[in-house]
Design a protein around this ligand. Structure first.
Ligand SMILES: *Cc1c(COP(=O)(O)O)cnc(C)c1O
Length: 397
């Protein structure tokens, strides 16, 4: 649950600033806001942290995906390579853009692999939407190099790996744009919120305009602003930005606690020779929201999952979970839509009932995860470690 665990006076204070003035909109109202610019301040601090030129804060992570696609010129009929193992939001954003999600294989990083991406690229591929899932990153530099060679835009959805890095480079800074979510369950939360970052001035300008009905955000008179493009409303409110700002200032504390607690569990599980672990490049610098490990086959994973359930230890087996894995997205497979979507109008409309990704399936069916908590005291973490080791060892006998 990460940041949600640490809600406190800092968040209350930032929100109180906004409540005092009643200026809930992030733009304009310069005189009435008493110097409080929560979204703008968040953007400045987020850019500084990532050593990047521009951040645009917005209403949600899904909005950040949508804005990022627009900022990269991804639209009707373009193919976008996506991951079968991730929250569904990036796929929904691609569909909403009128573009075509093309699923590719993951590897033991649990993220899209360079090999999977390369096999999925066609002359119609415009972008790769790479999600860094569950607290750690993909083989990101290799994927960035591949995209460059192929002339395909790399968009990183780094929501689940905020603050993770590889060789000193933070998640979200390898591609043309990076996006993040601050919903209630993320590493930091704004209640609801998201952001996109980029070094590309033109992509940034498209992003903030697209996210606010095309407003150019020049001057202090909203009614007199120009509208260089059509857009939509993906604005974040100052109330949410205020919570996000206080939470962002706790990010390093949150991640340090997660890393410490994950290490305690993992060091225990290393004593079980039948277990192998998720591939994590630069493991000292992951976000560490989950401990992910593999059993030797599906039957063993199911057996261990049942033993963990019996012992009252929370764990996730994504093959049967309704969330996060393409396998269980009946609404996508059957294209159950509120109204006809652009993708269904295409002659070569993909049939998502027939997605075949045997490499990904072979990884997913052996995978179990345990969530790491920020607030565990050392004795809680070691008690859970001991219980995990005993339960799994007994199950494997
Ligand atoms: C949570 C999440 C989103 C969606 O974020 P919301 O703020 O809930 O809209 C998008 N992408 C990924 C990878 C996520 O984990």
């Amino acid at each position: 649950m990460a940041g949600t665990e640490l809600f406190g006076d800092e968040e209350r204070k930032e929100v109180a600033d906004v409540m005092e003035t009643g200026i809930f909109i992030r733009y304009n109202q310069d005189d009435a806001r008493n110097g409080h610019w929560k979204a703008k301040t968040f953007e400045k601090e987020f850019s500084d942290y990532h050593n990047i030129k521009y951040t645009h804060m917005c209403a949600s992570g899904t909005a950040a995906d949508a804005i990022s696609l627009a900022a990269c010129g991804v639209g009707a009929g373009d193919e976008v390579v996506v991951s079968p193992f991730s929250f569904i939001a990036p796929v929904e954003a691609v569909l909403a853009a009128g573009a075509i999600p093309v699923f590719a294989d993951i590897d033991e990083t649990l993220c899209l692999s360079p090999e999977g991406i390369e096999a999925a690229i066609t002359p119609k591929t415009k972008a790769v939407l790479l999600v860094h899932v569950f607290g750690a990153m993909a083989r990101t530099q290799e994927i960035a190099d591949l995209c460059e060679t192929k002339g395909v835009t790399l968009i990183e959805d780094a929501a689940p790996a905020l603050g993770a890095s590889q060789n000193g480079k933070l998640a979200g800074t390898f591609g043309k744009v990076g996006c993040y979510s601050f919903d209630f369950y993320k590493i930091i939360t704004a209640g609801e919120g998201g952001a996109m970052i980029t070094n590309d001035e033109s992509a940034y300008n498209t992003a903030h305009m697209f996210a606010d009905h095309g407003h150019d955000h020049i001057g202090d008179n909203r009614g007199m602003e120009e509208h260089p493009i059509l857009g939509f409303n993906y604005r974040v409110s100052e109330l949410h930005a205020a919570v996000g700002l206080a939470q962002f200032r706790k990010l390093d504390t949150i991640i340090a606690a997660l890393r410490k607690n994950k290490t305690i569990l993992k060091d225990g599980l290393k004593s079980i020779p039948e277990l192998t672990f998720r591939r994590i490049d630069d493991e000292a610098n992951e976000s560490a929201t989950f401990l992910s490990f593999f059993l030797k086959d599906k039957a063993t994973a199911e057996h261990v999952k049942a033993a963990l359930d019996d012992a009252g230890i929370g764990s996730a087996y994504w093959v049967t979970n309704k969330y996060h894995y393409v396998h269980n997205w009946e609404h996508l497979k059957e294209m159950k839509v509120a109204a006809k979507m652009p993708v269904s109008m295409l002659e070569n409309a993909p049939d998502y009932r027939n997605i075949s990704l045997p490499i990904s399936e072979g990884i997913m069916e052996r995978l179990l995860m345990v969530e790491i908590k920020v607030l565990w005291r050392d004795e809680e973490a070691t008690a859970l470690r001991d219980k995990l080791v005993t339960t799994i060892s007994n199950a494997l006998k």
